[in-house]
Design a protein around this ligand. Structure first.
Ligand code: NAI
Length: 258
């Protein structure tokens, strides 16, 4: 029974995932920049907005899990109301650097889950730009290179989540020889503190209109349940996938657009 590392445990979907895994008897190592009100496991306070921060967090996780990890859930994320460098730093490079730094600690057969977003489905045409950005060796250079790019800076959140979808497939291929699965979960609007930022970023009417259409906003547990499933042995043949958990929002919008 090796532990699972979960980022973003101090709020919303990360907190719900940690609590669900704890109820199933799984040991946890939690990571967040904010100290949680309550957390059952080893908590590590870390800032995932820079590669150095992510690597320092990974070193502490490795120390807290000397026997290795059975899973990693990259849930921490920031909305598009934050400065674009922070959005791309946490949502893209935070995920990449933490996963790569923890790869040697992940046991064979382990599972990694990344939080993307249903908004990424609107941006499939940016695959090449995302690939260049998300795989750049020098992250500072990559950030400087997209400074004039309207997609990456003006729509940093959407761009970052498209990059997460790309990185998920890429890391899945990278870790396949070690039988480590890497999947993404793409939620629609979920009732967490970040939702208020989404209303300010994407438009209040649009976000509230989605809840009207679907009957309600998602609850953190709607997403946590799928993350926990992908982390478990119940999903051994799901690898490199992106599972939409959005109440049908994306399907409705794309079919309405036909
Ligand atoms: P939240 O705001 O409730 O939680 C995010 C957590 O990430 C917080 O505890 C925060 O302290 C942590 N975090 C932020 N920056 C960090 C950093 N630099 N270092 C370490 N920790 C940091 O948000 P929520 O809703 O739980 O979001 C979880 C994930 O789900 C995010 O990646 C978000 O983009 C994604 N998502 C959320 C949706 C929603 O409607 N709530 C919809 C689609 C995706």
């Amino acid at each position: 029974n090796l532990p699972i590392a979960v980022t973003g445990v101090s709020s919303g979907i990360g907190a719900a995932t940690a609590s669900m895994l704890n109820d199933r008897g799984i040991k946890l190592v939690g990571i967040d920049r904010t100290v949680p009100e309550s957390f059952a496991g080893t908590f590590i306070q870390a800032d995932l907005s820079t590669p150095a921060g992510a690597r320092a967090a990974a070193a502490q996780v490795a120390e807290a899990a000397p026997g290795g990890l059975q899973g990693l859930a990259n849930i921490a994320g920031v909305p598009g109301t934050a400065p674009w460098r922070t959005v791309l730093g946490v949502n893209v490079f935070g995920v990449r650097e933490l996963t790569r730094a923890l790869a040697p600690v992940l046991a064979e057969g382990a599972s990694v889950v990344n939080l993307a977003s249903s908004v990424a489905f609107h941006w499939r045409g940016l695959a090449d730009a995302c690939a260049r950005f998300a795989l750049a060796q020098d992250t500072e250079e990559a950030l400087d290179a997209v400074a004039g790019d309207a997609h990456a800076t003006g729509e940093s959140y959407l761009f970052s989540k498209q990059c997460v979808c790309f990185l998920t497939e890429h890391l899945s291929a990278e870790l396949l020889p070690r039988r480590i699965r890497v999947n993404a979960v793409s939620p629609g609007p979920v009732q967490t503190p970040i939702l208020e930022d989404f209303k300010n970023d994407h438009g209040r009417d649009k976000v509230e209109g989605a809840a009207k259409l679907l009957g309600r906003f998602g609850e953190p547990e709607d997403v946590a349940r799928v993350v926990a499933y992908l982390l478990s042995d119940a999903a051994p043949w799901i690898n490199g996938a992106d599972i939409r958990v959005d109440g049908g929002l994306t399907a409705y919008r794309s079919s309405a657009a036909i």
